[in-house]
Design a protein around this ligand. Structure first.
Ligand SMILES: Nc1ncnc2c1ncn2[C@@H]1O[C@H](COP(=O)(O)OP(=O)(O)OP(=O)(O)O)[C@@H](O)[C@H]1O
Length: 306
């Protein structure tokens, strides 16, 4: 449905995206993660043609490109981005904003169904100037849901939402995917992406350095939180498998893929007993990959919980 080929973006002498390529299909949720200032928004701006890349092409449905105004209109009829809270009109109500988006994209979605689903009935008819941060964010999402386009780009969609609303919107995202939408979600709420993303792409130095697939959730690891000193000691006592990971100076991950049940038990019992630590077993999540790739660059952010 959407193809990016060799996208390069430079701001003066700073290269933000370099030869980045991607193919995305309908019915996918693609998570995009990276520390602040890496290029997530820049990439979204290229996909939406708010920014012309120095090099490369965006192709929509195998034939449409941003080459002529007609093609651009045809793409924009099918692609919408999450509005920014700063774009809201203080004197208009939530319903008015939602109708605006439904009309702009000629959508037949019922505005009322959407605001009821998002539990906005209590405030949606009031002016935006009376809304809290979380209420505004829910409205931004509701507007995009009203546009109901086949492709949606969402930069920090969970920004400022409480736990219940994160859960509500996560559920709606999964439903949109079932309806066949292609959703791009740039987020710092890492573990939330594990709930619904089919793929999580890690952006670094202008390109994707890793693609985490939901299908790989069967690849389990024995995980143990230990200090670098404990890790060194453990490495001397046991011959750790070559493909083990020691992430961000604290998390030992031993792959179980080639292990029998007995071997797994051996590792879990011995390693846990030796270090007197809790051992868990499971796939690597977005937070763990993130630490693996950006440890040092972004430690403070991770410790901050987002
Ligand atoms: N108009 C611009 N002119 C010059 N540099 C820019 C411009 N826009 C973005 N940049 C730079 O490009 C880099 C990527 O910015 P971008 O906003 O795409 O990052 P991001 O990954 O979305 O960050 P965040 O997580 O903070 O939203 C940053 O170093 C930023 O300073």
């Amino acid at each position: 449905m959407l193809k990016l080929e060799s996208i390069t973006v430079r701001y003066k002498d700073k290269t933000v995206l370099e030869n980045l390529s991607l193919t995305a299909t309908a019915g996918e949720i693609i998570g995009l993660v990276a520390p602040n200032g890496t290029g997530k928004t820049t990439l979204f701006n290229v996909i939406a043609n708010f920014l012309k890349p120095n090099k490369g092409n965006v192709t929509f449905r195998e034939k449409l490109q941003y080459k002529t105004e007609k093609q651009e209109i045809a793409i924009h009829n099918q692609l919408a981005t999450l509005p920014d809270q700063a774009d809201l009109f203080e004197e208009l109500s939530g319903v008015e904003h939602m109708k605006l988006y439904a009309d702009m994209w000629n959508s037949d979605k019922k505005v009322e169904d959407i605001y009821k689903y998002l539990q906005m009935e209590g405030y949606v008819k009031k002016k935006v100037k009376t809304y809290s941060l979380g209420m505004r964010q829910r409205l931004c999402f509701a507007m995009l849901a009203c546009a109901d386009t086949p492709v949606m780009l969402m930069d920090e969609v969970m920004n400022g939402l409480d736990v219940a609303n994160v859960a509500l919107i996560s559920r709606r995202l999964a439903e949109m995917k079932e309806e066949g939408k292609l959703l791009f979600i740039a987020s710092h709420l890492l573990s939330n992406l594990d709930l619904y993303a089919d793929r999580v792409l890690y952006l670094k130095d202008g390109d994707f350095i890793h693609e985490q697939n939901a299908q790989n959730k069967d690849e389990k690891y024995i995980k143990l939180d230990i200090s670098p000193e404990e890790y060194e000691k453990l490495s001397l006592v046991y011959s750790l498998p070559e493909d083990h990971l020691y992430i961000a100076d604290h998390l030992l991950c031993i792959p179980t893929v080639n292990m029998s049940k007995e071997e797994q038990l051996h590792w879990m019992l011995n390693v846990a007993n030796d270090e007197n630590k809790e051992v868990t077993i499971g796939p690597l999540g977005t937070l763990e990959f993130y630490e693996h790739y950006y440890h040092g660059d972004a430690k403070a952010k991770i410790l901050g919980g987002e």
